[in-house]
Design a protein around this ligand. Structure first.
Ligand code: AP5
Length: 218
């Protein structure tokens, strides 16, 4: 299965991607994680990307498209993959469809107020990359349950940057909803419930999309 996860920043794409990838044995490809790895390694691409990401801007299409094209040609993608955070612009989507088929684009919809709340609570482990949702009023610092490292706030989760990321999403990424709907590839789920509830909705929609027509009717 070849899937895309669409949705605004903080919608829960990374959280759900981990569950979907495990359930269907798919390679989880997060362009955000790939860029953060480049930043951590201080590569020329990472240094260029950091300035853009910290401002809430998108990294240029030509860089991202090349990165994804190369990634999905690797062996672990033979049985399918899940794209988390790509495509994010119409040119990225058009290019993707020239070098890969796509079975479904799953849109996780979440209202802006909930996104802002989730971003304020998000902490990440800089070591193993696990993502947490914490109560910022409960403590001033938190540790990773897996490796004990102190959790950090992502540089692009500052309130002013989150507001800009939401505006960039509305302008540049939201048009992809219509792009995939027109091609009969869009599935939309309500992402405002619990993590497990949203996952169950996604699994149900994917099963329904895979079922033969007679199963879907009766
Ligand atoms: P990226 O890392 O992809 O950021 P994003 O798309 O903005 O998404 P986030 O990682 O912020 O959120 P998410 O939807 O994964 O939510 P999460 O599961 O963490 O990209 C970062 C930057 O890289 C971009 O801004 C851009 O600059 C650049 N970039 C990346 N791809 C690019 C591309 N294709 N083209 C150009 N530039 C690109 O959940 C958020 C929080 O909510 C967590 O704390 C989580 O625990 C919590 N949570 C999740 N689900 C629930 C739930 N159901 N209930 C309660 N809490 C929940």
């Amino acid at each position: 299965m070849k899937l895309i996860l669409l949705g605004p920043p903080g919608a829960g794409k990374g959280t759900q991607a981990a569950k979907i990838a495990e359930r269907y044995s798919l390679a989880h490809i997060s362009t955000g994680d790939m860029l953060r790895a480049e930043i951590a390694s201080e590569t020329p691409l990472g240094l260029r990307a950091k300035a853009l990401i910290d401002e809430g801007e998108l990294v240029p299409d030509e860089i991202i498209i090349g990165m994804v094209r190369n990634r999905i040609s690797q062996d672990d993608c033979v049985n399918g993959f899940l794209l988390d955070g790509f495509p994010r612009t119409i040119p990225q989507a058009e290019q993707l469809l020239t070098f890969s088929e796509i079975d479904r684009a799953v849109l996780i919809s979440v209202p802006d107020e909930l996104i802002i709340d989730r971003m304020q609570k998000r902490r990440v482990c800089p070591s193993c990359k696990r993502t947490y949702s914490v109560d910022p009023d409960a403590a001033s610092s938190f540790s990773c349950e897996d490796c004990g490292t102190e959790l950090i706030i992502r540089d692009d989760d500052k309130p002013e940057t989150v507001a800009h990321r939401l505006a960039v999403y509305a302008e540049q990424t939201f048009p992809l909803v219509e792009f995939f709907r027109e091609r009969g590839l869009l599935t939309e789920v309500d992402g405002s419930g619990s993590v497990d509830g949203v996952a169950e909705s996604i699994f149900a929609e994917l099963s329904a999309a895979e079922a033969p027509v007679e199963d879907a009717l009766f």
